[in-house]
Ligand binder design. Structure first.
Ligand code: MN3
Length: 195
């Protein structure tokens, strides 16, 4: 069965002014949609036809991997944001961030640093590895590299994610993502499910 573009979990204008409706129209409606469309075309008639998205990511390389991973990464990115998001996590997740980063502020600077220093296109991540929270970054389509890492949060730092709203100011975009957009309930649910 062909993959379909998942609906956004909010209206396209709901993340404004931090991410504009125009950004979501292009990023979800054009970029994310193209990964799904390309993946369907590449998988049709191949050994990957009928496989799950996760199954394809783990077993493929080249164009099929790139499009499958980007389809997965974008859905995960959308789910990690919400209107009125940002602020700070609570409960067990907040305690784990304090334990593994020293403080929430330290986590924020480490995550921002990862997003800002990813050269070219890619992603910054909060992951859980061996019971410990870590910040990491990946290039292009790559996701949590070793499969032992469970993704909890990601920010897309490809230029198409922020150029309409922030032009070349990637640090401002990542700061805005953390301060105004992160859906910490989603992150906490992923954390609880993977402990
Ligand atoms: Mn993108």
């Amino acid at each position: 069965m062909a993959f379909t573009l998942p609906e956004l979990p909010y209206d396209k204008g709901a993340l404004a002014p931090y991410l504009s409706q125009e950004t979501l129209e292009y990023h979800h409606g054009k970029h994310h949609n193209a990964y799904v469309t390309n993946l369907n075309a590449l998988v049709e008639g191949s050994e990957f036809a009928g496989k799950s998205l996760e199954g394809i990511i783990l077993a493929s390389d080249g164009g099929i991997f790139n499009n499958a991973a980007q389809a997965w990464n974008h859905t995960f990115y959308w789910n990690g944001m919400k209107p009125g998001g940002g602020g700070a996590p609570t409960g067990d997740l907040a305690a784990a961030i304090d334990r593994d980063f020293g403080s929430f502020d330290n986590f924020k600077s480490e995550f921002t640093q990862a997003g800002v220093t990813q050269f070219g296109s890619g992603w910054a991540w909060l992951v859980l590895e061996g019971g410990k929270l870590k910040v990491t970054k990946t290039g292009n389509a790559d996701l949590r590299q070793p499969v032992q890492q469970v993704a909890l949060l990601t920010v897309d730092v490809w230029e198409h994610a922020y150029y309409i709203d922030y032009r070349n100011l990637r640090p401002k975009y990542v700061e805005s993502f953390l301060s105004n957009l992160v859906n910490w309930e989603f992150v906490a649910d992923s954390y609880e499910a993977s402990r």
